[in-house]
Design a protein around this ligand. Structure first.
Ligand code: SF4
Length: 442
């Protein structure tokens, strides 16, 4: 790294979508000749990419801004919390600039103002896949920004705007470059993956000499042919989701669906204004599993939404028992400032009651997850290695997304030296609620 190169530090908070924003900002800055600093002291300016979804995330973001100001002094704030600049200025009047989510160009302009770029064509080597904050063997692939839904507990559309899909060609070229640079797993993300392309009327664009529609199924099929795992996140159960299940059965796309159901009681789902709120979801899940028995379904739920009665809650528990989802997270409802759910005139659920329901929910799901995990003992699974030493490797199967799901602990390595990104076969010998243990067999 040349000493004269201006150096930028970044603190990236929040969800994978925010991480992709940070990667884009860094890629642009690197292309302009900036170096990336991994310490506050070594940076000429620090970008804090914030999350503003829940009150707890806002507090964490404000603390991170404070820390960057203390340790460096020159701070630019971007991301979801940037949509409420008065909140940031109220606590930290000395930040140099504030921009909202996805305002890559404005962030880069703000960096130029603090420390201008020094262009050096021999230094500006940016890999075609861009710069990644994830390990080299997996990468998040953002297919759209924003969201057309208006779930009453969520303020994301007011922070990130309506759905704006990327042309299929752009997504596929990015994915292809990632695979060429060593990525073995593509994690498709957006706010609403199954709505991909609605805003651009499923426009076709030319990729590899053929026209590809900006449509959920078409994109999934193309991604599946790139030679890496394709994992679909944030899918809503619209009817056309049924069409992707055969691709999973064929092995083209990972048999994994991340569907944030959030509740099961029809009354609460209506109050939440959830997209894809279909009757007969349970029947569809059964059908999906008939077509693709290896399908893993991950989901998240909210307990204590305003107006949730004991009956609604019990309905959700019964639904869980019947749905037998594999991986489930649960949040206690938080009345986020600006969310319409607070103004629906529904009674708030008492905090102790929320806590009690959360415990009962987790206990019910823990037993279901454990039972489903036990079925894997004795099977041989494909495992993508995340880290390894001489005696043990840790990886993930098709059922495990990085960071949020379980892991597979691989022993019996013999003389084989594994490394991150290796794809191996593992015979499963033991299972717990989230993780698996097994022996390397090839
Ligand atoms: S689908 Fe609902 S919860 Fe998800 S981002 Fe859109 S409005 Fe928010």
């Amino acid at each position: 790294m040349s000493k004269s190169q201006p150096r930028v530090g970044i603190v990236s908070l929040g969800c994978p979508k925010a991480l992709v924003d940070s990667e884009r900002i860094l890629t642009q800055l690197r292309a302009e000749g900036y170096a990336i600093s991994d310490s506050y002291a070594g940076a000429d300016v620090v970008i804090v990419n914030t999350c503003g979804f829940l009150d707890s995330a806002r507090t964490e973001s404000l603390e991170a801004i404070g820390e960057a100001l203390n340790k460096n002094g020159k701070v630019i704030v971007t991301g979801c919390l940037g949509a409420t600049p008065e909140l940031i200025r109220g606590e930290h009047p000395n930040v140099l600039a504030i921009t909202g989510p996805q305002q890559y160009e404005t962030v880069v302009d703000a960096v130029h103002n603090v420390v201008p770029p020094k262009h050096d064509p021999f230094m500006d080597l940016v890999p075609p896949a861009g710069l990644k904050l994830t390990p080299r063997h997996y990468a998040y692939l953002k297919i759209s920004e924003g969201c057309n839904n208006r779930c009453t507990f969520c303020i994301i559309p007011s922070l990130r705007g309506d759905l704006a899909s990327r042309p299929a060609r752009d997504v596929l070229i990015e994915a292809e470059n990632l695979v060429k640079s060593g990525v073995r797993e593509l994690l498709v993300i957006s706010q609403d993956t199954s709505a991909y392309g609605v805003d651009i009327k499923y426009a076709e664009s030319k990729y590899q000499g053929r026209m590809v529609k900006a449509k959920f199924l078409d994109l999934a099929r193309e991604l599946g042919q790139l030679g890496a795992w394709t994992r679909l996140h944030y899918v809503y159960p619209y009817p056309h989701v049924d069409d992707v299940i055969p691709l999973m059965a064929e092995g083209l796309v990972l048999p994994y669906l991340d569907i944030p159901f959030q509740h099961a009681s029809p009354k609460i789902l209506k109050a939440m204004k959830r997209p894809g709120n279909q009757e007969k979801v349970l029947e569809r899940i059964k059908k999906w599993r008939n077509i693709c028995p290896d399908l893993t379904i991950r989901s998240t739920f909210i307990v204590g939404f305003p107006g949730e009665t004991e009956d609604d809650f019990n309905y959700m528990l019964d639904w869980l028992e019947e749905a037998e989802l594999d991986r489930v997270g649960c949040f206690k409802y938080e009345p986020v400032d600006g969310a319409r759910a607070n103004d629906l005139g529904l009674e708030q659920v008492d905090e102790d009651e929320k806590h009690d329901r959360w415990d009962r929910f987790m206990e019910t799901q823990r037993a279901i997850s454990e039972q489903r995990m036990q079925r894997k003992v004795g099977r041989t699974l494909d495992v993508l290695i995340d880290e390894a030493d001489k005696s043990q490797a840790i990886g993930r199967s098709s059922a495990d997304a990085p960071e949020i799901d379980g892991q597979v602990f691989v022993g019996n390595l013999g003389r084989k030296r594994l490394k991150a990104g290796d794809m191996v076969k593992v015979k499963i010998t033991r299972a717990e609620d989230y993780d698996l243990w097994g022996d390397l067999v090839g």
